[in-house]
Design a protein around this ligand. Sequence first.
Ligand code: ADP
Length: 270
Amino acid sequence: MGCTHDCGTCSSSCGSKSAESMKIELNKLSKVKKVIGIVSGKGGVGKSTVTSMLAVAMKRQGYRTAILDADITGPSIPKAFGLKERAKGNENGILPAETLTGIEVMSVNLLLENETDPVVWRGPVISGTVKQFWSDVIWNDVDYMFVDMPPGTGDVALTVFQSLPLDGIVIVTSPQELVSMIVEKAVKMADMMDIPILGIVENMSYFKCPECGKNHSIYGESHIDEVAERFGTRVLAKMPIDPEFARCADTGTIEMFVSDCMDEAVEKLK
Ligand code: ADP
């Protein structure tokens, strides 16, 4: 009753609503081969850092790479790459910004007058923006797109899951979280949406002492291997605590950070 035949905006769950009908169309001029969502249970665990490092590592291997920053209220991708110019557009759509090494980026911070302007928007407007990043941006022949998802399992995360054709998700955790619960929530959400879990990245896993060369488990021993096994997935990478990550992200030089910490992860994602 009262069906508008637009499942994308409908909140009821009737039988005719299929996962496919919720997907939105990519801009006609875009080409995107693989889309990988990066999720976390909460903010601050390093989801954006991992997204950036994965994109940088994939780009270094010669693949055309892009980042869709769907973390609309906490966008940190442009800053990490030192992108300051506002995005441009033409009658066919919005053009993504390009980083120094040629990673395409779209983020709400590239559309704001000032990067410090807060996004004080209601859920549907935020979700609409993410959808537009898919339908209105002209992505130029992308092999791997990494989507920096909003933290948690709220409204916007749900929109991304439902609207974009995700090939899989990567879960980012840190040892100080309730890892098992966070992973279980992400696994259940992905199951509900019928999206594969590609693996887990444990960030801030350990600290390598520059004096003695030993690895120290600052937040206690990691249990990520057992957790991954329990949920039938795998660990893609364990990233150390390294003040260089924070410094590079702060100074917009994350592409210049020389690290092989994501090389194995990228191999597993291919
Ligand atoms: P999220 O996207 O989950 O909110 P961020 O990637 O923005 O988290 O990271 C939060 C802060 O922690 C940033 O200042 C970032 O530079 C820093 N950070 C992330 N990972 C590391 C790490 N492995 N070592 C040191 N600092 C890190």
